[in-house]
Design a protein around this ligand. Structure first.
Ligand code: PLP
Length: 347
């Protein structure tokens, strides 16, 4: 089958997943968006296999896909707002980030089960969350209304500097609000261990996506099929814009285009100085104005002959370069969280 394929070294990947679970007790895998390149359904089955009790998804729209493949609880990371679905689904845990939303959730009539919530405390990320006093107020209201409070949540920025001071300040609010479980992200294993030592009465639940699913890059390889190869003489026209070749070589048509996320971060068609400067910075234009592609042929990153099409890309191979055959696969270096592959093969 032609297309863009994610090949997974299954033994290596599974060993890595187990290692992450071991060094992060209480792990809550995160499956969201493009499923980190694997698809959320596959990650849900993997979470089931790992034996964790809770899986986090990004949005309410992602719940159904994982809930049929994973038996445990599903934590929704996007905060619940009035009108959000599943208020009383016994397997769903809601994130609540406004005092009014606790009131709104408590006011929903005819629920079969008490809604389960975690109360999100705002961090320096400033995405969602309650203030320190808001957390106390929300907690009081939620308990009084009979909601099942499953703890507090903190979404921390990536660990560029130590989180210690910030986390300790936030945990003081969490403890004051009476929460005993803290769902959090982006702490190193050392930071987590030190938190556990300093806050022995709190239970920590690290939410992890990238480090879990993509933490061992050598277990993962994306390859693209070669769809066609054409000789191209100097001066001959090709492509959507009728560009002409400035030297002899070949056009290699490979699977993978904008619909897969290929080339979206590398500006290609733009002729503006800024776009050219940006692509120069990112990987370079050659003398003929070609942009470096993420495809490797014959051990070298090859040039886009023109901007990627929707499902295929044209590469320029100079005369003398080793030619792939139609049906061969070539390596592509992609960002897994922004690429949609056509299939995933786990061996
Ligand atoms: C996406 C997300 C995570 C997981 O982030 P990774 O960097 O992929 O580990 C954790 N918590 C929240 C709230 C998120 O939105």
């Amino acid at each position: 089958m032609s297309g863009l394929t994610l090949y997974v070294d299954g033994d290596r990947w599974r060993t890595h997943l187990h290692a992450v679970l071991e060094r992060r007790p209480g792990l809550v895998p995160v499956a969201k968006g493009n499923g980190y390149g694997f698809g959320n359904g596959r990650l849900a089955r993997r979470a089931q296999w790992l034996g964790v009790d809770t899986l986090a998804v990004g949005t309410y729209g992602e719940v159904a896909d994982v809930a049929q493949r994973f038996d445990g609880d599903v934590l929704v990371l996007t905060p619940w707002r009035p009108g959000s679905p599943h208020p009383d689904d016994p397997r769903v845990i809601h994130t609540v980030s406004h005092v009014e939303d606790v009131r709104a959730l408590a006011a929903v009539r005819g629920l079969a089960h008490p809604p389960r919530v975690v109360l999100e405390r705002m961090t320096s990320m400033r995405r969602h969350g309650l203030s320190g006093s808001g957390l106390g107020e929300a907690s009081g209201l939620a308990h009084a209304a009979g909601l099942a409070v499953m703890g507090a949540a903190l979404h921390l920025p990536l660990p560029t500097r130590s989180h210690h001071a910030e986390v300790d300040r936030l945990l003081t609010d969490v403890a004051a609000a009476g929460a005993t479980t803290v769902w959090l992200s982006h702490l190193t294993t050392d930071e987590l261990a030190s938190l556990r030592a300093r806050w022995p009465d709190l239970t920590f639940r690290p939410r992890v996506g990238t480090e879990l699913w993509l933490g061992d890059r050598r277990a993962l390889q994306v390859r693209a099929s070669v769809l066609d190869v054409h000789p191209l003489g100097r001066g001959e026209a090709y492509g959507y814009r009728g560009r002409t070749a400035s030297r002899n070589g070949h056009l290699v048509v490979v699977a993978g285009g904008t619909a897969h996320g290929i080339g979206l971060e590398a500006p290609t068609g733009e002729r503006s100085l800024r776009a050219r400067a940006a692509s120069l910075a990112r990987g370079g234009l050659d003398a003929a104005g070609f942009v470096r592609s993420p495809y490797t042929i014959g051990g070298k990153r090859r040039l886009f002959a023109e901007p990627p099409h929707m499902q295929a890309s044209l590469l320029f191979l100079p005369a003398g370069a080793p030619l792939p055959g139609v049906g061969d696969e070539v390596d592509v270096r992609v960002s897994h969280t922004t690429t949609r592959v056509d299939r995933v093969v786990i061996d």
